[in-house]
Ligand binder design. Structure first.
Ligand code: PHE
Ligand code: ZN
Length: 878
């Protein structure tokens, strides 16, 4: 293994850019065989920089045709050309550099830089894609004004888009035309975008609070334009919400969104020209589920909110990625909570954190929210940076309160609008605006690992005092053996025997606060809180709303949990109590063998079902057992088959024990004939109905299968149809194939629906799931080049079907390794992301460890392995 792989970049090596580019003019001549890019950069040396400092421009995977400085052509020798860019040894303090490069976007399968998706040209520049378009100081702290001219054949590419406002257009007499765009806001190169294609447009307008009219445009291929109404409505709601919640208005005259079928991520916040994965734009009731509708709204919001948190104020370097992502995810969470059920939104946010971020934090790729080093930045668009980053922002919000948080954000914009800054700058704004010391809080940015919060309590009837003893610790993570105590908010309530929240008065306070719960500030390794005037031993409701991203350890009895599940006034903790009740049981069954369902649990579920005050969406969450991924995280050595068997047994016993209730619930909800609307109320009812259908189908009777098939065939929307299909696809008989065939025949022309068809089969509980997935790789609709297809089939099988992926014969591991190797030559970014499940090999028994390790070693031996995959695999084996 003498192959050369890139070396790590370290956060502490940051240096200010020696040269800046105040403005540039770009000209793209797009064509089928080759694309020419002409760039004119207006460059200045920054103050205090040595005049002998060379100019370095990053550049990769393109051909340099011409280079001139202040009009004088440079020849090789005047500059140095290397595989990662070019440098010019001696440049004046101020000059113009002209560069012509040649690209072949039609051959770009990595989907970074300029590429083709379907028939259209599009770009993806975050994080380091601009350097695949032209030579440039491609780093986020170089902010410039862009003028972009796009030239292409008018018949094939009638729509030509870039950032900012269109300022001029014209036709050539050879059939080509051109459009010039000007973006008045200085931006880093990662926010550059260009689109050219034959696209349909949905147009609308939005009037901002201050009365400015903004044109809104959503572009897709013609056949999909009728599926963009929900995206447009979501965009307007996002714009309104950001004005109301943060006082932030949109700043250009036009906001464009383009949907593309080949995209590595969810969407991209390019200034004024967002580019989206079709998955997060297109939605119609017959092809998209309620969850898809919710996701479209959330991602549209997310990218829109980036206009301030990311674009107006951007990152100094890529180590600060969470500065924009953590904050924007948090803002999106607030927005979604305001648009629908806040409780259900919080439950889902925490589920994502626990299923994806906690395992990451406990594995070989664990890294702080602000990493200290990376080899390939694309590997650091992680659940830690995004979702734990959002939890960190939420903790400021909880510690400082709504108003204090807003003061901090206001000061952040006042200080840093138009700048490229750091996580420390954000923290300083929060601290200064509120006159508090947040130096200890900054450990959330630097220390990796999920802290453990151990809480014990004591009640003294004589003095009527109740004391909580809180201690914290954090397990070691790669490169960090010792951790200092974190500063975190522990939101608590004390619940009396009637289920009411007690007034909370700490020892030394003159009176109780008039709130159901309060925020205890934890700073020490060990701390105690003594509450007075507590007439009887209460039950503590700890970490309400999941106030910190920690693992809570408190010795709740099954009785306590059943009580809190029935009474906790905090909806998150109410749900959490039910989840703990079920996970305690499931972990016991997994360790000691499956037993009989305890009556109190059955009763608790039954009462939840009958609870009139709870909404359907919440009930659906509350009666669903914890995921296999969450249960796995609780085990020292993960037993994937044991977990699966226990969870299935619980579902089975709940199905039998409450068979009558499931049936009447299903019938009641299924008889609702109101027309489909993807709103929270309708979606919640469908969700609950389909959970009931799921329990009914656990009864494994022929009549239940018929019920499923009926719903599948008669459904008037994708939510109901897909829910039934997923249940049928779990069954061993032939009906599964009948339904799958009918579904494919009906939807084969809708790529996003075909993705669902792949995913349902990848996640099937059938014993032959892997064989089927292997066969589906050869299906004509499957494409290794399309990230959505890869995620739907390979990703879903390996990450969301643990019982089949971890089959004892190791074939699941082999399948994954084969595909990582095959994909690495096409799209290394996606290949590297697929490797996560193998990276966690140390969590399994010795036989599985051996099998997984062998596959990782086989990947590592592959010729010309990308830096992306090499980084993940070598760190996993280290
Ligand atoms: N910045 C995008 C977002 O979070 C994600 C992204 C990263 C998209 C890199 C493409 C490439 O909204
Ligand atoms: Zn983002």
């Amino acid at each position: 293994m003498t192959e050369q792989h890139a070396t790590p970049v370290h956060r502490h090596e940051y240096q200010v850019p020696p040269y800046r580019v105040d403005s540039l003019e770009l000209e793209f001549s797009l064509d089928e065989e080759e694309t020419l890019v002409k760039s004119r950069l207006h460059i200045c040396r920054n103050d205090g920089i040595n005049p002998h400092e060379p100019l370095h421009l990053f550049g990769e995977s393109m051909e340099l045709l011409e280079l001139s400085l202040d009009g004088k052509a440079l020849r090789l020798g005047d500059y140095l050309l290397k595989s990662d860019g070019l440098s010019i040894a001696l440049v004046p303090a101020q000059f113009t550099l002209e560069i012509t490069t040649r690209l072949q976007p039609q051959l770009n399968t990595q989907l970074e830089g300029l590429y083709k998706s379907g028939g259209m040209f599009c770009t993806q520049c975050e994080a380091e894609g601009f350097r695949r378009i032209t030579y440039f100081p491609d780093r986020p702290d170089v902010m410039s004004r862009y003028t972009t001219t796009v030239i292409a054949d008018k018949a094939r590419y009638p729509v030509l888009l870039s950032n900012g406002n269109p300022v001029e257009r014209g036709d050539y007499d050879d059939g080509r035309h051109w459009v010039r765009w000007e973006d008045p806001f200085p931006k880093p190169s990662y926010l550059f975008a260009l689109v050219a294609g034959d696209l349909a447009c949905r147009r609308d307008t939005y009037v901002t609070t201050s009365g400015r009219e903004v044109t809104l445009e959503i572009y897709t291929e013609h056949e999909n334009i009728d599926k963009t109404a929900h995206a447009m409505a979501s965009l307007k709601r996002s714009m309104r919400w950001d004005e109301e919640a943060y006082g932030l208005e949109y700043d250009l005259d036009i906001y464009m969104i383009v949907a593309v079928g080949d995209f590595n991520m969810g969407a991209m916040e390019n200034k004024g020209l967002n580019i989206f994965n079709t998955q997060y734009v297109l939605a119609s009731p017959d092809t998209a589920t309620d969850t898809d509708f919710e996701n479209v709204e959330a991602v549209i919001g997310h990218e829109y909110f980036h206009n301030w948190t990311g674009n107006r104020v951007t990152c100094r370097d890529w180590f600060q990625l969470s500065l924009k992502e953590g904050l924007t995810v948090f803002r999106e969470q607030q927005f979604s909570a305001a648009m629908g059920s806040a409780a259900v939104k919080r439950i889902n946010d925490v589920r994502i954190l626990r299923n994806h971020q906690f395992p990451e934090d406990a594995g070989p790729m664990a890294h702080p929210v602000r990493p200290d080093s990376y080899i390939e930045i694309n590997n650091f668009y992680t659940a830690t940076v995004y979702n734990k980053g959002a939890e960190v922002i939420r903790m400021y919000h909880t510690l400082l309160g709504e108003a204090g948080f807003r003061r901090g954000v206001d000061l952040y914009f006042q200080r840093h609008d138009g700048q490229a800054v750091t996580c420390d700058d954000f923290l300083a704004a929060m601290a200064d605006a509120n006159n508090v010391d947040l130096s200890q809080f900054s450990l959330w940015y630097s220390q990796a690992g999920t802290p453990k919060l151990r809480v014990r309590d004591e009640y003294d009837p004589a003095t009527q005092t109740y004391t909580l003893h809180v201690s914290q610790s954090c397990p070691p993570t790669p490169g960090q053996s010792e951790k200092k105590p974190f500063h975190l908010p522990l939101t608590v309530g004390l619940v009396d025997t009637d289920g009411k929240d007690l007034p909370l008065q700490l020892d030394g306070e003159s009176h109780a606060l008039d709130t159901a719960h309060r925020v205890l500030e934890i700073r020490e390794a060990e701390q105690s809180f003594r509450f007075v005037n507590i007439p009887k031993r209460p039950r503590p409701s700890l970490l309400r709303g999941f106030s910190a991203p920690v693992e809570l350890d408190y010795p709740y009895t099954a009785e306590d949990l059943a009580f809190l599940f029935a009474h906790d006034s905090d909806p998150f903790n109410r749900w959490e109590a039910g989840q703990r009740l079920m996970s305690d049981l499931l972990l016991e069954w997994t360790a000691k063998g499956i037993g009989k369902l305890p009556q109190p649990l059955l009763k608790a579920i039954q009462e939840t079902l009958a609870h009139k005050a709870l909404d359907a969406a919440f009930i659906a969450e509350a009666i669903t057992p914890p995921t296999e991924a969450y249960l796995a995280e609780q085990m020292q050595t993960i037993d994937p088959l044991g977990i699966h068997a226990s969870r299935e047994a619980l579902r089975q016993q709940l199905a039998q024990g409450l068979a009558k209730q499931w049936l009447s619930l299903y019938q009641e909800l299924a008889s609702d004939n109101t027309a489909y609307r993807p709103d929270g109320d309708g979606a919640g009812k469908r969700r609950l109905k389909n959970v009931a259908l799921g329990y009914l189908s656990c009864l494994h009777s022929e009549s239940e299968q018929t019920r499923c098939l009926e719903q599948f065939r008669q459904a008037t929307n994708m939510t109901d149809q897909l829910a039934a299909l997923a249940l049928l696809a779990d069954t061993e008989g032939e009906v599964a194939d009948v339904a799958l065939r009918e579904f494919y025949e009906r939807w084969q022309r809708e790529p996003l629906v075909v993705d669902k068809w792949f995913r349902v089969q990848a996640m099937s509980k059938r014993s032959d799931a892997l064989d089927r997935v292997v066969a589906l790789i050869e299906h004509p609709a499957f494409e290794l080049r399309n990230p959505n297809k890869v995620r739907a089939l390979i990703g879903a099988f390996c990450q969301a079907n643990p019982a089949r992926f971890h089959a004892p014969d190791g074939q699941g591991y082999r399948f994954l390794a084969d595909n990582i190797i095959a994909l690495d030559g096409i799209n290394p970014q996606i290949a590297a992301r697929l490797a996560a499940p193998l990276s966690r090999w140390r969590r399994y028994d010795s036989k599985r460890q051996e099998q997984m390790k062998l596959e990782l070693e086989r990947i590592l031996k592959t010729q010309k392995l990308s830096n992306d995959v090499h980084e993940i695999v070598s760190k996993s084996l280290a």
